[in-house]
Design a protein around this ligand. Structure first.
Ligand code: AMP
Length: 213
Protein backbone atom coordinates (compact mmCIF):
# COMPACT_ATOMS: atom_id res chain seq x y z
CA UNK A 1 0.00 0.00 0.00
CA UNK A 2 1.22 3.51 -0.83
CA UNK A 3 -0.07 6.34 1.37
CA UNK A 4 0.02 9.88 0.01
CA UNK A 5 -0.48 12.87 2.34
CA UNK A 6 -2.26 15.88 0.83
CA UNK A 7 -3.81 18.97 2.41
CA UNK A 8 -7.33 20.15 1.66
CA UNK A 9 -7.94 23.19 -0.51
CA UNK A 10 -5.83 24.50 -3.33
CA UNK A 11 -3.08 21.89 -3.12
CA UNK A 12 -5.64 19.07 -3.17
CA UNK A 13 -7.53 20.61 -6.11
CA UNK A 14 -4.33 21.17 -8.08
CA UNK A 15 -2.95 17.71 -7.23
CA UNK A 16 -6.09 15.86 -8.38
CA UNK A 17 -5.37 16.03 -12.14
CA UNK A 18 -1.77 14.87 -11.57
CA UNK A 19 -2.99 11.95 -9.47
CA UNK A 20 -5.68 11.14 -12.01
CA UNK A 21 -3.09 10.92 -14.77
CA UNK A 22 -1.40 8.26 -12.62
CA UNK A 23 -4.69 6.38 -12.35
CA UNK A 24 -5.38 7.59 -8.82
CA UNK A 25 -8.89 8.98 -8.30
CA UNK A 26 -10.14 9.35 -4.72
CA UNK A 27 -13.42 7.56 -3.98
CA UNK A 28 -14.61 10.36 -1.65
CA UNK A 29 -14.48 14.13 -1.85
CA UNK A 30 -12.86 15.77 1.20
CA UNK A 31 -15.12 18.81 0.70
CA UNK A 32 -18.19 16.74 1.50
CA UNK A 33 -16.76 13.80 3.42
CA UNK A 34 -15.25 13.92 6.90
CA UNK A 35 -13.10 10.90 6.16
CA UNK A 36 -9.39 11.50 6.74
CA UNK A 37 -8.30 8.42 4.80
CA UNK A 38 -9.55 8.24 1.24
CA UNK A 39 -9.46 5.04 -0.74
CA UNK A 40 -8.78 5.50 -4.44
CA UNK A 41 -9.46 3.74 -7.72
CA UNK A 42 -6.06 2.12 -7.24
CA UNK A 43 -6.46 -0.47 -4.49
CA UNK A 44 -2.78 -0.10 -3.59
CA UNK A 45 -2.96 3.69 -3.07
CA UNK A 46 -4.72 5.71 -0.36
CA UNK A 47 -4.72 9.42 0.46
CA UNK A 48 -4.58 10.94 3.92
CA UNK A 49 -6.08 14.43 4.18
CA UNK A 50 -4.27 16.56 6.74
CA UNK A 51 -3.25 20.15 7.47
CA UNK A 52 -0.64 21.56 5.09
CA UNK A 53 1.89 22.12 7.88
CA UNK A 54 1.55 18.49 9.02
CA UNK A 55 2.33 16.93 5.63
CA UNK A 56 6.16 16.93 6.08
CA UNK A 57 5.77 15.45 9.58
CA UNK A 58 3.61 12.54 8.39
CA UNK A 59 6.06 11.82 5.58
CA UNK A 60 9.19 12.22 7.72
CA UNK A 61 7.91 9.63 10.22
CA UNK A 62 6.69 7.26 7.53
CA UNK A 63 3.01 7.61 8.42
CA UNK A 64 2.70 8.53 4.75
CA UNK A 65 5.12 7.33 2.06
CA UNK A 66 4.68 10.41 -0.08
CA UNK A 67 3.21 13.85 0.30
CA UNK A 68 2.44 17.05 -1.56
CA UNK A 69 3.70 20.09 0.35
CA UNK A 70 4.20 23.77 -0.42
CA UNK A 71 7.80 24.96 -0.55
CA UNK A 72 6.81 27.53 2.11
CA UNK A 73 5.93 24.72 4.51
CA UNK A 74 9.07 22.75 3.62
CA UNK A 75 11.33 25.75 4.27
CA UNK A 76 9.89 26.06 7.76
CA UNK A 77 9.93 22.33 8.48
CA UNK A 78 13.46 21.76 7.22
CA UNK A 79 13.80 19.34 4.33
CA UNK A 80 16.90 17.33 5.38
CA UNK A 81 14.79 14.48 6.70
CA UNK A 82 12.88 14.01 3.44
CA UNK A 83 13.45 13.50 -0.25
CA UNK A 84 12.03 16.21 -2.48
CA UNK A 85 12.31 14.66 -5.94
CA UNK A 86 9.90 16.82 -7.91
CA UNK A 87 8.59 20.36 -8.23
CA UNK A 88 4.96 19.67 -9.14
CA UNK A 89 4.53 23.30 -10.22
CA UNK A 90 1.07 23.48 -8.65
CA UNK A 91 -0.45 25.90 -6.10
CA UNK A 92 2.02 28.52 -7.31
CA UNK A 93 2.27 31.79 -5.42
CA UNK A 94 4.90 34.12 -3.94
CA UNK A 95 6.22 34.51 -0.43
CA UNK A 96 6.45 38.27 0.07
CA UNK A 97 6.81 41.02 2.59
CA UNK A 98 3.86 43.40 2.75
CA UNK A 99 3.29 46.69 4.56
CA UNK A 100 0.57 49.31 4.86
CA UNK A 101 0.27 51.35 1.67
CA UNK A 102 1.56 54.53 3.29
CA UNK A 103 4.81 53.03 4.59
CA UNK A 104 7.60 54.36 2.36
CA UNK A 105 10.15 51.68 3.13
CA UNK A 106 10.76 48.89 5.59
CA UNK A 107 12.71 50.40 8.53
CA UNK A 108 16.04 48.93 9.72
CA UNK A 109 14.35 47.75 12.90
CA UNK A 110 11.05 46.17 12.13
CA UNK A 111 8.34 44.10 13.76
CA UNK A 112 7.13 41.34 11.50
CA UNK A 113 4.04 39.15 11.92
CA UNK A 114 4.15 35.83 10.12
CA UNK A 115 3.70 32.10 10.40
CA UNK A 116 6.99 31.69 8.50
CA UNK A 117 9.28 32.43 11.43
CA UNK A 118 12.49 30.73 10.26
CA UNK A 119 12.19 31.92 6.67
CA UNK A 120 11.44 35.49 7.74
CA UNK A 121 14.30 35.49 10.25
CA UNK A 122 16.87 34.41 7.70
CA UNK A 123 15.47 36.75 5.02
CA UNK A 124 15.70 39.87 7.19
CA UNK A 125 19.08 38.82 8.62
CA UNK A 126 20.45 38.43 5.08
CA UNK A 127 19.39 42.02 4.37
CA UNK A 128 20.88 43.45 7.55
CA UNK A 129 17.46 44.31 8.94
CA UNK A 130 16.89 43.77 12.62
CA UNK A 131 13.53 42.04 12.76
CA UNK A 132 11.44 41.09 15.74
CA UNK A 133 9.34 38.20 14.52
CA UNK A 134 5.89 37.64 15.97
CA UNK A 135 4.53 34.18 15.24
CA UNK A 136 0.89 34.08 14.13
CA UNK A 137 -1.14 31.13 12.85
CA UNK A 138 -3.41 33.06 10.47
CA UNK A 139 -4.93 36.42 9.48
CA UNK A 140 -1.49 38.00 9.29
CA UNK A 141 -2.97 40.93 7.33
CA UNK A 142 -4.65 42.13 10.49
CA UNK A 143 -1.39 42.68 12.39
CA UNK A 144 -0.31 46.02 10.81
CA UNK A 145 -3.89 47.33 10.99
CA UNK A 146 -4.04 46.99 14.76
CA UNK A 147 -0.46 47.98 15.54
CA UNK A 148 0.82 44.48 16.28
CA UNK A 149 3.49 44.65 13.55
CA UNK A 150 4.92 47.01 10.91
CA UNK A 151 5.12 44.39 8.26
CA UNK A 152 3.98 40.85 7.42
CA UNK A 153 5.47 37.93 5.55
CA UNK A 154 2.80 35.88 3.79
CA UNK A 155 1.87 34.07 0.62
CA UNK A 156 0.50 36.26 -2.15
CA UNK A 157 -1.39 35.00 -5.16
CA UNK A 158 -3.65 37.64 -6.74
CA UNK A 159 -2.82 40.27 -4.09
CA UNK A 160 -6.54 40.76 -3.38
CA UNK A 161 -6.28 39.82 0.30
CA UNK A 162 -3.55 42.41 0.88
CA UNK A 163 -5.42 45.06 -1.08
CA UNK A 164 -8.66 44.47 0.81
CA UNK A 165 -6.76 45.21 4.02
CA UNK A 166 -4.95 48.34 2.87
CA UNK A 167 -1.62 46.54 2.47
CA UNK A 168 0.65 46.23 -0.50
CA UNK A 169 3.25 43.67 -1.50
CA UNK A 170 6.86 44.83 -1.13
CA UNK A 171 9.71 42.38 -1.64
CA UNK A 172 9.65 38.94 -3.15
CA UNK A 173 11.27 36.45 -0.77
CA UNK A 174 10.70 33.38 -2.91
CA UNK A 175 8.53 31.92 -5.64
CA UNK A 176 6.56 29.07 -4.12
CA UNK A 177 5.05 25.90 -5.57
CA UNK A 178 4.14 22.48 -4.22
CA UNK A 179 6.69 19.69 -4.16
CA UNK A 180 6.43 15.93 -4.07
CA UNK A 181 8.12 14.67 -0.92
CA UNK A 182 9.04 11.08 -0.13
CA UNK A 183 9.89 9.25 3.08
CA UNK A 184 13.53 8.14 2.95
CA UNK A 185 12.95 4.55 4.10
CA UNK A 186 9.92 4.12 1.82
CA UNK A 187 12.03 5.29 -1.13
CA UNK A 188 14.21 2.19 -0.53
CA UNK A 189 11.56 -0.32 0.57
CA UNK A 190 8.91 0.61 -2.01
CA UNK A 191 11.30 1.86 -4.64
CA UNK A 192 9.59 0.41 -7.72
CA UNK A 193 6.13 1.71 -6.89
CA UNK A 194 7.33 5.13 -5.82
CA UNK A 195 9.66 5.52 -8.78
CA UNK A 196 6.83 4.55 -11.16
CA UNK A 197 4.67 7.26 -9.63
CA UNK A 198 7.45 9.87 -9.87
CA UNK A 199 8.02 8.90 -13.52
CA UNK A 200 4.31 9.27 -14.29
CA UNK A 201 4.20 12.70 -12.63
CA UNK A 202 7.27 13.71 -14.65
CA UNK A 203 5.55 12.68 -17.90
CA UNK A 204 2.42 14.68 -17.01
CA UNK A 205 4.49 17.73 -16.05
CA UNK A 206 6.48 17.53 -19.29
CA UNK A 207 3.23 17.31 -21.28
CA UNK A 208 1.91 20.34 -19.44
CA UNK A 209 4.98 22.43 -20.06
CA UNK A 210 4.91 21.45 -23.77
CA UNK A 211 1.26 22.50 -23.98
CA UNK A 212 2.17 25.87 -22.46
CA UNK A 213 5.00 26.57 -24.91
P1 AMP B 1 -4.53 36.34 -2.75
O1 AMP B 1 -5.59 37.20 -2.11
O2 AMP B 1 -4.99 35.70 -4.03
O3 AMP B 1 -3.22 37.08 -2.91
O4 AMP B 1 -4.26 35.11 -1.77
C1 AMP B 1 -3.64 35.35 -0.54
C2 AMP B 1 -4.21 34.47 0.53
O5 AMP B 1 -4.32 33.13 0.10
C3 AMP B 1 -3.28 34.48 1.72
O6 AMP B 1 -4.03 34.36 2.90
C4 AMP B 1 -2.41 33.28 1.48
O7 AMP B 1 -1.94 32.75 2.70
C5 AMP B 1 -3.33 32.33 0.71
N1 AMP B 1 -2.64 31.63 -0.39
C6 AMP B 1 -2.36 32.13 -1.61
N2 AMP B 1 -1.77 31.24 -2.39
C7 AMP B 1 -1.64 30.13 -1.64
C8 AMP B 1 -1.09 28.83 -1.88
N3 AMP B 1 -0.54 28.50 -3.04
N4 AMP B 1 -1.12 27.94 -0.87
C9 AMP B 1 -1.68 28.26 0.31
N5 AMP B 1 -2.21 29.47 0.60
C10 AMP B 1 -2.20 30.38 -0.36
Amino acid sequence: MLTIAVSKGRIYEDALPLLEAAGIVPLDNPKTSRKLILATTRPDVQLVIIRATDVPTFVEYGAADLGVAGKDVLLEHGAESLYEPLDLKIAACRLMTATPKDMLEIPKRVRVATKYVKTAQSYFASRGIQAEIIKLYGSMELAPLVGLADCIVDLVDTGNTLKANGLEPRDLIMDISSRLIVNKAAMKMKHQDIQALIDQFKITLAQRSQANL
